[in-house]
Ligand binder design. Structure first.
Ligand code: MIG
Length: 678
């Protein structure tokens, strides 16, 4: 059952699509209590056995207990354990214990989930303004509650089938040649591949929807040539539109008033990759339609997939911010001059008697002046994504000016919605690949997400795994992380182990940051190991695609925590490093360096499967309980649930080349599998 409570004057976020009559809150809740005065606060005392699920793309565990999380879409590339905000804002939690209660706080600005951080047994959700909708969902189980929530937020986005293939990306591919090298590296080594991603360097001066003509002299031909090799090129689109005379999108946006504005009505300027930019006002339906229509420029050149970046929106600095620092620099410069003058004076004063020591006072000034670069640097750093800047611009929402910080968490959602809504018009019968960095619940209807700038750390394999079911609860099915790790140098074993998890995530993409060690699969020794792992993905695609489609169609989860399937099994509920996938399998990747295997917990008897490097499949029935499984670096493990089976095809070089007539069933004898019928 779903109840919708209205507090104050909520902003219509369009997260929920079901028509539910809102009620004024009468003071009674199925669990916990609400104080809504000027500020809003939900409070609930957690019982020992309560598990708190949800929050989508958030740090830490599947069970969110024991920390604090703040929905405040942030461009922060350091996903260390202490971080409370990442790129998304997914304000849905499930309290699962004696009662099963889902809570969705539909509030587009900063909101805090203190889940046993301040006080170990206290769950507190608070935000500054008591203007929001709170949806309260009760059900039989956490799984049931999640599915009810998914029903009210509308169907999840479905990508084209090729997007279930493997993709290679790297910040730093600049030219046709760079991309051809990648394709040769894969095709030449018979490693399957369906997509190459184009990061910001394909653009002319980082201008959205442009192509650098020197690097890509005939782009449509190049796209075609790639398509003949079954490779889809996926360009990045950034939120900021470069301010440059003669750039049509900039000029049109200014003329039509489609950029975010300052209080005085002038267009707000922020520096991002292209230098000074304006942000399209994607919360204004007209501007959204306009910005979305621009994707056609690239679609007309053969492009059928995009990734949207920098849409928190990320800001390096604003005009106002720089002025602030300029002021500081001036003050310091003045101090520096004074100090030098003082030193000069001292020198003069003392030179007669041969004493060169500066007076204490001037020494003090000198020390201050010497500290200038560091201090200015830190001030400059503070300009990045500064909360002050988010108060400096406005959206035009149905004629009303709404200050950005009050709706901050909706920007990435609406940028992606701009594209998604446009695709429905431009190519109504075609699925276009689309995923975004920043998001709010509701965006799951228009695109997927990737989890942003992780690092080549072992702990981030596990973080990737834990985020997946939480994202599914919030509607995001087409998701995945930068495999091999984005930031810092990776290692061969890390890439292999991470790929063995990526084999199962709908979005399977290797991506790395500029300046880091090259991590394409052909860069390492014993390429055959990489070939094998990626081939396993392609063998599984008929199954993974079928389960994805079923989940999308039925508002179901593709990835589930074990506790959703075995809620009465305490051990299963506590398992944070294994996942259920679809209806048939459980995954348990290895995420520890130098480990030759790992411990797993089987809530029931299962068939342990290993895809062996020689192409054979190892099968062993294991009873319910704890086991240590050996898994070599070049093997891919998974488990098939008792009495079930999954379809496995022969591997292929691309999704289009998978031969469905080669499908065989793997698993328990006599079991049947129902393939999703298109
Ligand atoms: O400020 O486009 O998360 O995937 O490679 C960095 C360059 C901008 C951040 C994205 C990352 C991408 C990078 N971008």
């Amino acid at each position: 059952m779903v109840k919708k409570y209205v507090f104050g004057e909520p902003f219509e976020t369009d997260a929920v699509v079901a028509e539910i009559a809102g009620e004024q809150f009468g003071g009674n809740l199925v669990c916990g209590e609400i104080a809504a005065d000027k500020e809003f606060c939900f409070r609930y005392t957690m019982k020992d056995a309560d598990v708190i699920y949800g929050l989508g793309e958030a740090n830490r565990g599947i069970n969110k207990r024991g920390y604090i999380y703040v929905s405040n879409c942030s461009d922060d590339p350091d996903h260390s354990e202490d971080k409370v905000s990442l790129y998304g804002a997914h304000n849905f939690i499930i309290i699962s214990g004696a009662q099963q209660v889902g809570l969705f706080f539909d509030y587009p600005s900063e909101i805090t989930f203190d889940i046993g951080y301040t006080r170990q047994d206290l769950l507190e959700v608070r935000c500054k303004r008591a203007d929001l909708y709170v949806y309260v969902i009760t059900g039989e189980s956490a799984y049931d509650v999640a599915k009810q929530f998914r029903k009210i937020i509308g169907k999840s986005y479905i990508p084209p089938k090729y997007a279930f293939g493997f993709g290679q990306s790297r910040w730093g591919y600049k030219t046709e040649k760079d991309i051809e090298t990648v394709v040769e590296g894969y095709r030449g080594n018979q490693i399957p591949l369906d997509m190459v991603y184009m990061d910001i360097d394909y653009m002319q001066d980082f201008k959205d929807f442009t192509i650098n003509p020197e690097r890509f002299p005939n782009f449509p031909d190049f796209v075609k040539k790639m398509q003949q090799e079954q490779i889809h090129l996926i360009p990045i689109i950034d939120a900021g539109v470069k301010m440059e005379k003669g750039y049509d999108i900039y000029e049109e946006g200014v003329e039509k008033g489609y950029f975010c504005k300052r209080e005085d009505g002038s267009d707000f300027a922020a520096a991002v990759w292209p230098g000074w930019t304006h942000f399209p006002d994607v919360l204004n339906p007209k501007a959204r339609e306009w910005f979305g229509s621009k994707y056609q420029i690239l679609m007309d050149q053969g492009i059928d997939g995009f990734w949207n970046d920098m849409n928190e929106p990320a800001i390096f600095y604003s005009k106002e911010g720089v002025e602030g620092v300029n002021q500081a620099v001036l003050v310091y410069a003045e101090e520096l001059t004074k100090a030098q003058e003082a030193k000069g004076a001292d020198n003069k004063e003392h030179s007669d008697c041969g004493n060169n020591t500066a007076s204490e006072e001037s020494e003090d000034i000198l020390n201050k002046a010497n500290a200038l670069p560091a201090e200015v640097r830190s001030r400059l750093e503070k300009l990045q994504n500064s909360p002050e800047d988010y108060k400096r611009f406005y959206h035009n929402v149905n004629g009303k000016m709404v200050r950005h910080d009050l709706v901050h968490n909706l920007y990435g959602f609406n940028m992606t919605r701009a594209a998604g809504e446009a695709f429905e018009k431009i190519a109504p019968n075609k699925r276009i690949l689309l995923f975004s960095r920043s998001s709010y619940i509701g965006m799951h209807r228009y695109g997927g997400i990737w989890t942003g700038d992780n690092k080549s750390w072992w702990s981030h394999i596990l973080l990737n795994l834990k985020m997946m079911p939480s994202l599914n609860m919030c509607g995001f099915l087409y998701t995945g992380a930068d495999l091999g790790g984005f930031g810092v140098h990776t290692t061969r074993d890390l890439v292999l182990r991470w790929l063995a998890l990526g084999v199962f995530t709908p979005l399977m993409r290797n991506h790395a940051a500029l300046g880091t060690r090259e991590q394409e699969c052909y860069q390492f020794e014993k390429i055959e190991d990489f070939r094998h792992v990626i081939r396993v993905r392609y063998r599984l695609i008929p199954y993974l695609y079928s389960e994805f489609m079923k989940a999308a169609e039925n508002d179901d989860l593709y990835f589930k925590p074990l506790g959703f399937v075995y809620p009465l099994d305490k051990m299963a509920v506590q398992t944070e490093d294994q996942l259920m996938l679809g209806n048939e399998i459980m995954i348990a990747p290895v995420y520890v360096q130098n480990a030759g295997g790992r411990y797993v917990y089987l809530p029931e008897e299962m068939k342990f499967i290993k895809f062996m490097p020689d192409g054979s499949i190892y099968e062993e029935v294991l009873p319910q309980g704890h086991h240590y499984i050996e898994v070599a670096l070049n093997e891919v493990p998974m488990f098939i649930r008792k009495g079930k089976c999954v379809p496995i095809a022969e591997a292929a070089q691309s999704v289009a080349e998978i031969d469905e007539t080669t499908i065989q069933m793997l698993g328990y004898e006599g079991a049947e599998y129902q393939m999703f019928a298109e």
